[in-house]
Write a protein of this length. Structure first.
Length: 120
């Protein structure tokens, strides 16, 4: 697997700073508009651009509040679209069949890295 080059990577956080089955939001890269959201399932971490494919609004309704009440889906606060957290596929809502934009990640020594310019 190709790793991100140190000077081209941005450190997000340690994997264990995200609850198992939970999410955490991150601000955009300098000069960017949309931040990121990370989802953790055990040792598996997925990072997406925090932007609904329907109209581009942020997914969270409050900081770090991305998940449905039952913890099964990432939910868009604007229209209630439900996304599968491991694939980013919209399963319900106005963007059904679309996907969240997946961000390349590299985990080294328990720390999550993404490209320095990740986001929109």
């Amino acid at each position: 697997m190709e790793t991100l080059i140190e000077n081209e990577a941005r450190e997000l956080c340690r994997v264990d700073e995200i609850a198992d089955g939970g999410t955490k939001g991150f601000p955009p890269a300098p000069g960017g508009f949309s931040g990121l959201v990370a989802y953790r399932a055990g040792d598996d971490v997925r990072v997406y651009v925090n932007s609904c494919p329907h109209i581009g609004t942020p997914l969270d309704w409050m900081p770090d509040q991305f998940m449905s009440r039952d913890g099964k889906y990432i939910i868009c606060a604007t229209h209630g679209a439900a996304f599968a957290p491991l694939s980013g596929e919209c399963l319900l809502g106005p963007c059904k069949g679309d996907y969240l934009d997946l961000v390349k990640t590299d985990i080294r020594d328990g720390v999550i890295y993404v490209p320095a310019n990740a986001g929109l």
